[in-house]
Design a protein around this ligand. Structure first.
Ligand SMILES: [Zn+2]
Length: 283
């Protein structure tokens, strides 16, 4: 679809606006409870980096409106996948169907940009590739869905603003039960083994995370994009309860060829919390 990036973003944002206008007024759900946008560490020497180790025992609860995934998990939202040389990136095929995220800690509507995976390049099936930890533990894989605040118009502009991006993280852990949506995606990975290749799918790859995307129960904190320190606070939404997958779901990821050396292993160090809030969303 030869759309330029700005044309694509314009279509996605007008589609989001039409969806918002179509919602009955009493369904308007805006974020309350936590002034993320104004959050700044009191000790500005310590950058508030991601990922972190989420300590479930130390969380404070915050009452929030439900977090709404609008359009992420519909069967008609077909996706395409790319081997970026560093990860598998999932994008929508039709910008009219771009999902939006709102409610919870968010003060505004956030537009879906892309989804990608973190895994370990180790050959053993039980290698742990998540970047966040929960209670000191890593998981097999981690999925990130990136969204930008609608008023910024695109992801690169949003990166320059406090709270301009919202990243949603899902943990995947090894069980003996296959995740049918991830299995379907894993089969398609054979088409993008070569770096910088991409292919359209006949399904919505985001569905592999649908079961975990609850309106409450996630952990939210201000951080950065993983591996980058040049961006202002990103609103993180991390689901600490993992989604079950099996080793046949992960093996095709490990076969992908990278742009440079190996696909980076997920084993990044977790960062100090400093004085930032890490909260669990409750009704
Ligand atoms: Zn990521």
């Amino acid at each position: 679809m030869g759309l330029q990036e700005d044309e694509w973003n314009d279509i996605a944002i007008s589609a989001a606006q039409r969806k918002r206008d179509a919602r009955p007024a009493d369904a308007e759900i805006s974020g309350v409870g936590w002034p993320f946008d104004e959050f700044q560490s009191e000790n500005s020497d310590i950058p508030l980096l991601s990922p972190i180790d989420v300590n479930l025992q130390a969380l404070a609860d915050v009452k929030l409106n439900p977090l709404v995934f609008d359009g992420h998990f519909t069967a008609e939202a077909l996706t395409k996948i790319a081997n970026t040389g560093e990860t598998v990136e999932v994008r929508l095929i039709n910008p009219e169907l771009t999902p939006t995220l709102y409610g919870g800690p968010l003060h505004d509507e956030y537009i879906f940009d892309s989804m990608h995976f973190h895994w370990s390049s180790g050959s053993s099936p039980d290698c742990l590739g998540s970047v966040h930890k929960v209670g000191g533990q890593r998981f097999c894989m981690e999925v990130h869905m990136l969204h930008y605040r609608a008023i910024h118009g695109n992801k690169s502009e949003a990166l320059k603003h406090q709270g301009g991006l919202c990243a949603v993280a899902f943990m995947l852990h090894l069980t003996n039960i296959e995740n049918p949506f991830l299995a379907r995606l894993a089969r398609d990975l054979a088409k993008i083994e070569v770096p910088f290749s991409c292919t359209p799918l006949e399904h919505n790859a985001m569905l592999c995370c649908a079961e975990a995307a609850a309106p409450f129960g996630y952990v939210t904190y201000p951080g950065t994009l993983v591996g980058r320190e040049d961006n202002l606070n990103v609103v993180w939404i991390v689901y600490p309860s993992p989604i079950g997958i099996c080793c046949t779901n992960t093996a095709p990821f490990q076969k992908l060829r990278a742009g440079v050396e190996d696909m980076p292993s997920g084993l990044l160090t977790t960062h100090e919390l400093a004085d930032r809030p890490v909260l669990r969303a409750v009704p």
